[in-house]
Design a protein around this ligand. Sequence first.
Ligand SMILES: Cc1cc2nc3c(=O)[nH]c(=O)nc-3n(C[C@H](O)[C@H](O)[C@H](O)COP(=O)(O)O)c2cc1C
Length: 551
Amino acid sequence: MKKIIFNFFICTILIFAAVLPVTGQIHKINTKEVNENFNFIMDKYPLPPPISIDMVLEESICRRMSVRSYTGEAVTDEELSTILWAAYGLTENGNRSIFNPDGTYSTIIYVIRSEATYKYVPEDHSLSLYKSGNYLNIGQYDNAPVKFGLVWDMNTESDELIGMADIGMIGQSIYFDANALDLGTVTTGMYVDELFQLGIPSNEKPEIIMPLGHPSSPYDFTYDPLPASNLPAVIDNTFSLEDAINNRQIIDIWDDIPLSLLEQSQLIWSSYGYSYLYDNINNKRHRTLPSAIGYYPFKIFAANHSGVYQYLPSTHSITEILQGDQREEIKNCVEYNNIMIDTASFIIVPFLDTNIGSSQYQRFWYYENGAIINNVLLEATALNLQTNVIYDISNEAGLRSALGISSQTNLVPLSVVPVGNPFISPNTPPENPDIDGTTSGNAGTSYTYTFNSVDPDDDDVYYYIEWGDGITEDWDGPHVSGVDVDIAHTYENQGTFTIEAKAKDSNSAESGWSTLQVTMPRNKALTNPLFLRALERFPNTFPVLRYIFRL
Ligand SMILES: Cc1cc2nc3c(=O)[nH]c(=O)nc-3n(C[C@H](O)[C@H](O)[C@H](O)COP(=O)(O)O)c2cc1C
């Protein structure tokens, strides 16, 4: 009987021990749930580090295509983390993965999953729980395990052109990373108001929903590039999407040196061209960006030193519109602030053809304008070129005239994208150094000499010093330009020495030599002219004097 009671006691403890953590955990989850009345952050879910994807940028651009049917298989946190970082995260330099010239970044990304909806927080690369419950039925294509609700926050940016351009850039990175990870997505602009079911505030306008999942039909591409035309065929560089995002450089002044035809070809292709991969599932060649309603209403123009050209995507070629350098005229038609557009070697201007893209879908064209810009910025980075973006076009008619298309008033410019190599001011060598210090002293005594050279470019400087007694200082430095550098030296023997010094800057440009003569007798008498004359007159006394003064 005792044994039965003991066994019962042990079993009760074991059952209690097994159940307690479960019930405790359930209770913990309940505390994380969001009160339906609250629309603010209730909890945070740090995302794992993004996966590094080796695929080169051009290939991920070429694999971009829309997927509308998914297996329902889950998307991992690592995959989600990778896509969200590329879409809107912070780069290694603390910049955003996309570029907004005003720095407004007005997009909110709602991440809808089966258990809850979250907001993406770029600052700490986390998800903030926004609302519990399954809202995956919002928008189109319900079998996707994740949906991104891309929302424009009007309080942060009042101009929809700029807000939608950001969303267009975000959409491109979602496509590129999703397709590189063998996941699928599609930009959808219809039924986006269903995002209001999440209870989003009135200052937020739902713009785009992008489902994300595993494609029901795996990708099936054949490499089939468009043949070279008057532009070279598109090639792969070495940068991945991640490299291009991390290395993007925005500048205000360029070196004004023409780009190679291959560079111009790659840039203009990225803006609006066709993939070098043929999609065997849909029997088509996709473009570098999606387009609403399936038609592509933009016309891409580019200006360089020699003229203005229109891009013809279907043949990957250009046609000359105007001869002569129009970059100065383009500059005069935009609010460029400090951006020296006329020094950029290649200026891309996407025009919306309003005969094709109706004003009813204006926000979609604004999205596509952002997608075009995004591609050019990424491809420029992959070519080691640098860029900027201007949305503020003050004289649309003037811009059309500058590009030789005055009569085509149906063409409306939405942005100007200057590209080129950065201007690097030529290096100037540092000035000859000043040398300051005791010119007359005693051998065997340490004296401090001061060297100072100014570098006109404010580069750090190094000093090469020959003390005149066989001893040298071999490029002492680096030192701040124009700041005194004290170096002590002792002449072991008496005599007259010439200190010679020169400076070089951190680019190895050298100054001329400076000199300072110093005399180091052991005694002041040795420098006295009377003493020296006596020595000349009575040379026989020299051994005696030598003994007395230990010369
Ligand atoms: C702004 C915008 C809105 C779109 N809206 C929808 C949509 O509501 N539903 C949909 O299935 N596709 C939509 N698309 C995707 C296009 O239909 C698709 O990009 C186009 O047919 C080209 O196909 P591809 O992306 O596979 O190359 C949209 C694309 C854009 C850029």
